[in-house]
Design a protein around this ligand. Structure first.
Ligand code: COA
Length: 467
């Protein structure tokens, strides 16, 4: 009897299940129903994604570091005995990996493999089968020369996404090696940066390297999303020239506007200097429709950063006049409209600067913010390093490293409420070789011992110099 009762109960549950499932699916639009876990405790966004990280220097490592912060298992493959060249560049603490390396390789694991060694190639093939994405930024052709052609990779793992940074896309320069400043120059940034009467300038922000790494990261997650539909990997290419041009897009806008007359928001318009046939350098003029300049504050120029960026945004013009002590400019037709002000921007900013010079950049910021006047102090790296609000948000983090001790780094600038990034120190060279061979590639202890003596994961012995 009890048995019969139990059976009928089970039956009832069984018949109920598909209907309940249907209802739940309808409710969540066919997608999994939302996690019940509190925000920030449902794991990391890219948990389960494994990256074969063949990147070096800055552009590629920027990309894979971001993916690692979002939870991907990033396995950095490095040349035995040497590693990423930046480990030993701009060294500040003897015997420790440089800040250049440590600040670009957080949250990754390091394995050393000689990609040109027969056994090394075999290990790499195994890694390809275990990973979702291969990221590289070698010189053009280097990956192919290792035997890792798209066809080879795709045959081993059709789901593999192969993501590359190159200096240029297909075209006359496709075979060139490229570094940051070359990209800034060839992507249109340098020709539009600096002052009109000075040479082209590169910027301090690494828009060629880190900028392209950011583009690549977006390409990778997009390809991962498409793969969830197609089941197929694809190639993702970001050329540094393209990435810089994308960031300099407003300057290509101005190039086309030139055909229709002078660029009235540029200082040279007010100075009566004719425009040429290419977008000129605009100094610190604002790139948008609201004129802006960098102005001296109390302490300048002795303090090289006692300046503020000041925007004469049209809707707050009247407040600006009141703050700087020119209330008549509010109604004077020579100053009251944005159009009337354009030819006089130099004089207007000189007057505003006479006011900003009576305040420190922080005092000026406090006063101007009360009136919603857009402005920003020129912050030095020292000030940013000491800024407590950036520490609180994890944008500036202190990291501990076994060989160099504590150092500051920039944490993940992209904040996800349900995928909280924690910055972990960069790996030592080959630190995770054993665990990756064992846990990811499932080599036996005997096989690992054989690999160790094969020369595939260790640096070739240096021949002793003759006395
Ligand atoms: N085992 C064995 N060999 C390895 C290896 C490994 N684990 N990792 C790299 N190598 C080899 C490569 O196969 C290559 O050999 P090859 O030229 O015989 O084929 C060699 O190391 C050098 O690689 P390469 O990429 O040419 O380095 P480089 O120091 O000469 O050039 C760049 C550096 C950055 C200029 C170049 O990689 C490049 O243009 N990259 C694309 C653009 C880019 O990302 N630039 C910005 C960097 S921040």
């Amino acid at each position: 009897m009890a048995k019969a009762k139990k059976k009928s109960k089970l039956k009832a549950v069984k018949t109920k299940k598909p209907a309940a499932k249907k209802a739940a699916a309808k409710k969540s639009n066919g997608l999994p129903s939302p996690s019940k876990k509190p925000f920030g405790q449902a794991g990391l966004a890219l948990d389960g994604v494994r990256i074969l990280d063949f990147t070096h220097v800055q552009s590629g490592p920027t990309c894979t570091q971001l993916l690692a912060w979002f939870g991907a298992d990033v396995i950095k493959v490095e040349r035995p005995g040497v590693g990423d060249i930046t480990r030993g560049q701009l060294v500040d603490v003897k015997g420790a990996d440089s800040l250049y390396f440590t600040m670009l390789n957080h949250n990754k694991r390091s394995i050393t493999i000689d990609s040109k060694h027969k056994k090394g190639k075999e290990i790499l093939d195994r890694l390809i089968k275990e990973c979702d994405v291969l990221v590289e930024n070698f010189a053009p052709g280097a990956l192919d020369r290792m035997g890792l052609t798209w066809e080879h990779i795709h045959k081993l793992n059709p789901r593999m996404i192969v993501a590359s940074v190159k200096g240029f896309g297909p075209g006359p320069y496709e075979d060139c090696k490229v570094y940051e400043n070359v990209a800034q120059c060839t992507g249109g940034s340098a020709s539009t940066t600096g002052f009109r009467d000075g040479p082209p300038l590169v910027t301090g922000a690494q828009i060629g390297d880190s900028g392209t790494g950011l583009h690549l990261a977006l390409g990778i997650v997009t390809a991962l999303y498409q793969r969830s539909r197609t089941g197929r990997g694809q190639k993702v290419l970001c050329a540094m020239q393209d990435g810089v041009l994308n960031l300099a897009r407003v300057k290509l806008r101005d190039q086309q506007r030139l055909k229709h007359g002078p660029l009235t928001e540029y200082s040279q318009y007010g100075e009566g200097i004719p425009f040429g046939d290419a977008t000129p350098r605009a100094g610190n003029d604002s790139g948008g429709g609201q004129p802006g300049r960098i102005l001296k504050c109390k302490g300048a120029p002795q303090d090289p950063n006692a300046y503020i960026y000041f925007i004469t945004q049209a809707p707050v013009w009247e407040s600006i006049c009141d703050v700087i002590g020119e209330p008549t400019w509010k109604t004077d037709p020579e100053f009251s409209t944005p159009k009337a002000r354009l030819p006089k921007l130099n004089a207007i900013f000189e007057r505003i600067e006479r006011w900003t010079m009576t305040k420190t950049k922080f005092e000026a910021m406090d006063i101007l913010n009360k009136y919603d006047i857009p402005c920003g102090p020129i912050l030095s790296m020292k000030e940013l390093a000491e800024d407590q609000s950036l520490r609180k948000t994890g944008t500036v983090v202190e990291v501990d490293h076994p060989k160099r001790g504590k150092y500051l780094s920039v944490g993940n600038p992209i904040k996800l409420s349900d995928s909280i990034s924690k910055v972990k120190r960069s790996p030592l060279l080959g630190e995770h070789t054993d665990e990756i061979l064992k846990d990811v590639l499932r080599y036996s202890a005997k096989e690992i011992a054989d690999i160790k003596v094969s020369g595939a994961i260790t640096a070739p012995e240096k021949k002793e110099k003759a006395a």
